[in-house]
Design a protein around this ligand. Structure first.
Ligand code: PLP
Length: 432
């Protein structure tokens, strides 16, 4: 049991379960993987998040990625306040939408035109439909361990055997839909080449997290990236980078800037909403112009380009450009990574850390983590114990081993040091 008072959170969880399935509006929030009930959050500021009982924690979830400037950044909040005074939605175009589109196009090299939507799931759905409409093909390729939102065709797992067509990974997904998704291992250029050799002419696109964040942080191997670009080009398929996490996170221009690979389409989300619901799909103009009203690929949204969401996003992007925090984020996250390794080393707990810029995961595993099968070798019971002990130490980590910790610009050197100290204490406690 927690050493902190959590009676308000527990009461709210009880109450919410009566009206909301599982008491939460997104499953990972339920804390099931870490064997305790969730904290209900009352407010957040900078690197800190405060629960309903008044406990404050250093937060490494950051709303799962958007809060790269820290919570409730004064300039972002001020801009949202001002925008709200002018009305919250019109269902008609605004100058703001052109401004954020121009900002995104200037930042991300492969994007020539961009359409705004309200969630990463929607951005991916649109990118996939666009790829199918553009190529006239149905098959899509995704990789095991990558997450692309909860739409039917992407909630699919590998069938038995390599390069077999997928099977549904959720009830309610027609087998006929899942069969159009080919699920391949991450970081495995050979199986990718084999799939294209067999089915290349039927493949509309590859969709990939160019730096995986949803099996914990797993960087791509250069040969894997190169194979994706070469094979799609050779077979007339499109390469879609799902940069919903990595966009404006690992570099201002996203993973594609860092890795030097140009996709045909890019999905953005999380940071571009600055904590409000905004996301986008962008890419080559000749592909993007297939979208309605210019082209035959239909896509729409009542709240797409919502003025409050765009204001929060645009303000966040402009601040990121002005502050250029990436070198500092790198430094602080590297310090955290080293601190976590040292803490694990001190108590003899096997740990493997993966990090790209300000996204990192410490896996309780002895092997290098390069894909989903290796990630799964992690000791998730040990992670759960570590998570709970860290919470007691005042550190709020992701409630699952297979997620990233996100360092924000509000995580000062001092906050990182505090976190490392807490990790030493937590690991001593769980190994005592
Ligand atoms: C979060 C996420 C999504 C889904 O975005 P939502 O806004 O939750 O729908 C898609 N792709 C990746 C890589 C993500 O991390």
């Amino acid at each position: 049991m927690s050493t902190k008072k959590t009676s308000q959170s527990e009461a709210l969880f009880e109450r919410s379960q009566r009206s909301i399935p599982g008491g939460v509006n997104s499953p990972v929030r339920a804390f099931k993987a870490v064997g305790r009930s969730p904290l209900f959050i009352k407010k957040a500021q900078g690197a800190w998040i405060t629960d309903a009982d008044g406990n404050s924690y250093i937060d490494y979830v950051g709303s799962w990625g958007p809060m790269i400037l820290g919570h409730a950044h004064s300039a972002v909040i001020e801009a949202i306040r001002e925008a709200a005074g002018a009305g919250t939605s019109y269902g008609a175009p605004t100058e703001l939408e052109a401004l954020i589109a121009e900002e995104i196009i200037a930042a991300v090299e492969s994007i020539e035109k961009v359409r705004l939507v309200s969630s990463g799931t929607e951005a991916v759905m649109t990118a996939i439909r666009l790829a199918r409409g553009f190529t006239g093909r149905d098959l899509i390729v995704k990789f095991e361990g990558c997450y692309h939102g909860h739409s039917d065709g992407l909630l699919v797992k590998a069938g038995s055997g390599l390069a077999t067509l997928g099977t549904p990974d959720s009830a309610g997904i027609p087998a006929d839909v899942a069969r159009n998704t080919l699920v391949l291992p991450y970081n495995d250029p050979e199986s990718l080449a084999k799939a294209f050799a067999e089915k290349g002419g039927d493949i509309a696109c590859i969709i990939v997290e160019p730096i995986a964040g949803n099996m914990g942080c797993v960087p791509p191997q250069p040969e894997f990236l190169r194979a994706m670009r070469d094979l799609t080009t050779k077979h007339g398929s499109l390469l879609i980078f799902d940069e919903v996490i990595t966009g404006f996170r690992v570099a201002y221009g996203g993973a594609q800037e860092l890795l030097g690979i140009k996709p045909d389409l890019t999905c953005l989300g999380k940071i571009i909403g600055g904590g409000l619901p905004a996301a986008a799909v962008g890419g080559r103009a000749d592909i993007m112009e297939r979208l309605a009203p210019l082209g035959a690929v239909y896509q729409a949204g009542t709240l797409s380009g919502n003025p409050l969401a765009v204001t929060a996003g645009l303000t966040t992007l402009r601040l990121l450009k002005e502050l250029n925090p990436y070198a500092e984020l790198e430094q602080r996250a590297a310090k955290l990574e080293q601190g976590l390794r040292d803490a694990a080393g001190e108590v003899g707990v096997p740990a493997t850390t993966n990090r790209v810029g300000s996204m990192l995961t410490a896996f309780f595993a002895e092997v290098p983590i390069v894909d989903w099968p290796t990630a799964k070798k992690s000791n998730t019971d040990q992670y759960a114990a570590f998570f709970r002990a860290m919470l007691d130490q005042g550190i709020y980590l992701a409630p699952s081993q297979f997620e990233c910790a996100f360092v924000s610009y509000a995580h000062t050197e001092e906050i990182i040091e505090k976190t490392i100290k807490a990790a030493h204490a937590a690991l001593r406690e769980i190994t005592a």
